[in-house]
Every structure is written in C-alpha cells, then in structure tokens.
Design a binder for this molecule. Structure first.
Ligand code: FAD
Length: 490
C-alpha cells in the first residue's frame, strides 16, 4: 500500500487520516504533543474538566460523515444534542437577549427586548442564506486552486451572482442598513469573531455566518467538545492509522521538488505523500526552511486572525441566569476592535464570552459548582507585554462580570488556569498564536489562503485552519476532504 505521512493530530490531521485510510493508504500521524486534538484539547483541575479551545460546535454532519464513510454508525461512537438556546446576550444598558434556535422565537425575542421590527431579522437571515447558497460550493467545499472547480455548473452559477455576496462593503456598514437598533448591529457584528476578524473591515460576505448557526443550529457533544477528537481518533485507530505522539516532525525531506520523507527525532521516514496538518507558516519556516525559494511568499505574508485570552475558572456557585454560551458585550464595540487591530492591545471594556459546559454536562464540575471558560478576543502575538495586558484584562473582566451578575466573582474562584497568545503559539505551533489562521479582514482573503496542495512541491498537501477554506472545526474538516478529493482511491 502507499504510505501517507501526516504531520499534526489536530482535528484536521485526524480527519485527513481517516479519509486516506478509507482510500486505502497506510497512514501514520506524527504529533508533537503527547495528546491528540491540538487546539481542541481538554484538561482537568481540582475536580473540574475544561475544554481548552473550541466550545461552539456547528455543522456536526461533517463529523458524522467520517464515521459513515468508514462504514460505521456515527452514534455508536459519538453523540450530540441540538441546543434550543444558541446564546444569552447581556448588554451594559441592562438589556438581555436570548438567541433561540427557533427563528420565530428569536424574532419575537428581538422585538420584545429591543423594539426592532420583526421584519428586519427575517430580511437579514434571508440575505445571509442567499450569500451561503452562492458561496458555499465555491469557497468552502471545493478547492479554489483547481480548474475542475471552475468548470462546474454550480460554480458558474455562483460566479454569475457574485454581485450579491456583498463583498464591497464591511459587515458593520451592511448591518447598519439592516437594523435601526445599535444592539442588533452589535449582535450581528460579533459573527466576525467566529473566524477571528474585524467587523469594521471584514467584507459583508461574512454575514453568511449567522445563517450557519441559525439554520443549521448549534450542538453540544454529550461527552464535551473533546469527545469529537477522542471518538475520531478511535475511529482512525480502528482503520489501522498509527499515531506517534511526542514526535515533532523536524523536516520535510525533498528529492528534487518532491516530498519524499519526513525527519522525526533524527530518523528519516519515507512516504508516498506528506500531508501537513500543522500551521502552514511553521510548515515552511521550520520544516522546509532549507528551501526558501519554494516559499509561497504572498500566502505566508497575510495578516493573521486574532488570538484569545482565556481564564478557566472553577466557580463555587451555580448561576441559573446563565446558560452554555453567554456574551457580555462591550459598551463600545468599535473601540474594542480598534484596540485589537490597530493598537494591538486590549480595550478596558472587552466583550466577554463565557462558556459553561457543566450546564449540559454536570460532571464537568463538582456539585454546586460551575466550570467557567471566560474568553476575550485579543490581538495575535507580536511580542506585546502580555503579562501586564493579562493582569489588566483580568481585573476588568472580573469588574464587568461582578457588575452585571451582581455578585463578587473574585470571591467565587476556586482554581484558575490561563491560556494566552503565547501559550497558544507554543502549544500548537500556531504562528502568532492566531486561532483561525489568516484573518478575513480583506475581501481577497479567501483567495490568498494557501491551497490544499502545494503547487511547487509534488506530493505535499495541506489541511487545517491556516489553509483553505479557513479556521474553525467545520472548515478544518472540509480542508481534509478537499485533500482526499485530490487523491485517487487505491
Ligand atoms: P491544530 O488544532 O492547531 O492542530 C495542529 C497540530 O499539529 C497540533 O496538535 C500541533 O501540536 C501539531 N504540530 C505542530 N507542529 C508540529 C510538528 N512539527 N510535528 C508534529 N506535530 C506538529 N473553532 C470552532 O469551530 N468553534 C469554536 O468555538 C472555536 N473556538 C476556539 C477557541 C480557542 C481558544 C481556540 C484556540 C480555537 C477555537 N476554534 C474554534 C478554532 C479551532 O480550534 C481550530 O480552527 C481547529 O481546532 C484547528 O485545527 P487544526 O487541526 O487545523 O490545527
């Protein structure tokens, strides 16, 4: 059998391993860490369990598809439930807004809490669906770098409607035309952060994201987010994929311009194809550093997405007013993004995202307690003074939560861990600690992401959040599919 060598056991690497094993490849995965999952990992502390990275699970069908592909029943390995409430929003003016999964219920809630006309949300979601229908096939499910994509009727019909995807104004500008109420503009601007971008510069095409959440729904994996990884790793193993942990790949070995082997702990391992499922920037700068003339300079010089600062707090109380996903909005959203993208620091009143998995999985926290994943968006790591930024942010977050929840939160913290851009960068080799690869702040971003196959190095493929079609679990899973679509079944 032909051998596929995969670098990185994040969600994309595991998905690629499954797809290639199903195609008949003998697959070996090399992972620098002692565990699978990369950014999608978990840890335990003082009786609490925390999902360390992603907390929002959308498009579960892309996970199910991997089990089905391997001839297994998804629910034998992995189960999840659909959320009735997508998220609870808290504004500083005292408004609370629950984003219900049911569109009718949500529309009624918006009109009750903000007075916004019912028709506005409907019109908004219609626009979002239209953008999805035009862009989905071309931008997400296919390679943008393959002639076949453009010779397809779906593509042609999409291209003919490109005028409708709203690429020439920003998300914020578009959102201001849909809503009269500032709270609703802020509500929909937030979707830019789903791929680490800035709603005041990102093209309004990203207004496609609300459709994904409102129409396809959000889910909670019964075993927590990490069960996505553990069940897929189990599936891969059942297909004879071999995982090597604590095995950082040092080099991709080329013969002429063909990827022939990888170097791990000084050993050279031969393969027929190499799939880099690690960050594309480090793939070139670390593993291919002897071949600078083969670097795709433009793709590697794009602006990176934002990063995250997370406080994982074990809290000795339960808050019935909170749910799985909660947002505490900044009073000045524009200023918050100016700090992230221009000043490259942290605004004194950041928007706080609070995820509490123990709401759905009670054994994630001791009795009477909750596991708080408290996150704010921060700039990518360009060697800021993080220690002082983190200390300031921590104080501001505690002040804000204490004010809105009417309870001194500092007193309730039993244990704490912190993840910041530096640790995201060092733990997963993600350039600048960005969490979604490149930003989508320019309307050309989609075309400037690295392709899923190298045009210069034969036998070298790429998947994961830093290459086409982009970051986030669903897109990472699609990137692995595009890689496997390049390769014939054996
Ligand atoms: P990674 O998970 O980064 O995996 C790459 C792997 O490669 C790592 O395990 C790394 O150790 C390994 N590696 C690197 N270099 C080498 C080497 N030289 N040799 C061997 N192995 C190597 N997405 C969502 O869908 N929903 C969310 O709610 C969400 N929230 C997020 C919150 C946070 C805090 C973070 C950090 C991310 C979030 N994301 C979310 C994004 C999502 O986590 C990523 O897009 C996705 O997990 C990336 O997967 P990946 O496989 O591409 O990369």
């Amino acid at each position: 059998a032909k051998k596929a060598l995969i670098i990185g056991a994040g969600i994309a690497g595991i998905a690629a391993a499954i797809r290639l094993a199903v195609k008949g490849y003998q697959v070996e995965v090399f992972e620098a860490n002692s565990y699978a999952g990369g950014k999608l990992s978990e840890f335990k502390q003082d009786g609490f369990r925390f999902d360390a990275g992603p907390s929002l699970f959308t498009m579960p069908q892309y996970v199910d598809e991997l089990f089905t592909l391997a001839g297994k029943k998804p629910s034998d390995f992995f189960s999840y439930q659909k959320l009735n409430e997508l998220c609870r929003y808290f504004y500083e003016d005292g408004t609370t807004l629950t984003a219900y999964a049911s569109t009718d219920q949500f529309i009624a809630e918006v009109s009750k809490q903000t007075g916004e006309a019912e028709g506005s949300v409907e019109k908004y979601l219609e626009n979002s669906r239209n953008i999805y229908n035009i862009t989905n096939h071309v931008f997400l499910e296919s390679s943008l770098h393959r002639l076949k994509t453009y010779l397809n009727w779906d593509t042609v019909s999409s291209v003919l409607r490109f005028g409708q995807i709203d690429a020439f104004r920003t998300m914020n500008t578009a959102n201001e035309t849909f809503f009269t109420d500032d709270r609703m503009v802020q509500f929909y601007n937030r979707y830019a952060t789903y791929n680490g971008s800035n709603p005041y510069t990102a093209p309004a095409t990203l207004n496609v994201i609300p459709h994904l959440e409102q129409h396809y729904g959000a889910y909670f994996p019964e075993g927590g987010m990490y069960s996505i990884v553990s069940s897929l790793a189990k599936l891969a193993e059942s297909l004879n994929v071999k995982f090597h942990y604590d095995s950082p790949v040092e080099e991709i070995v080329l013969e002429k311009q063909r990827a022939k082997a990888i170097k791990v702990k000084g050993d050279i391992l031969q393969g027929d194809i190499v799939v880099s499922a690690m960050d594309v920037w480090f793939t070139y700068h670390k593993l291919l550093k002897r071949h600078p003339r083969l670097f795709p300079k433009k793709a590697l010089s794009q602006e990176r997405s934002s990063s995250a600062l997370i406080f994982y707090w074990g809290i000795k109380k339960q808050f019935p007013g909170l749910n799985l996903h909660n947002i505490f909005f900044s009073t000045d959203y524009k200023a918050e993004f100016d700090h992230i993208w221009q000043h490259r620091d942290i605004f004194h009143d950041p928007t706080i995202y609070l995820n509490i998995s123990s709401k759905y999985k009670p054994d994630d926290a001791p009795e009477g307690c909750e596991n708080w994943f408290t996150m704010i968006n921060v700039p990518a790591n360009t060697t800021q003074d993080w220690d002082s930024l983190i200390a300031g942010a921590r104080a501001n977050i505690l002040k804000k939560l204490t004010r809105i929840l009417g309870e001194d939160i500092t007193d309730l913290i039993l244990c704490e861990s912190i993840l910041d851009p530096r640790s995201i960068e060092s733990r997963t080799s993600s350039y600048q600690g960005s969490i979604y690869g490149n930003s989508s702040n320019s309307r050309f971003a989609a075309f400037l992401r690295h392709a899923n196959r190298s045009s210069k190095i034969e036998g070298l493929y790429f998947c994961g959040g830093s290459v086409h079609p982009g970051g986030g679990i669903p897109l990472c899973l699609l990137s692995a599919k595009i890689v496997s679509d390049y390769l014939p079944a054996l």
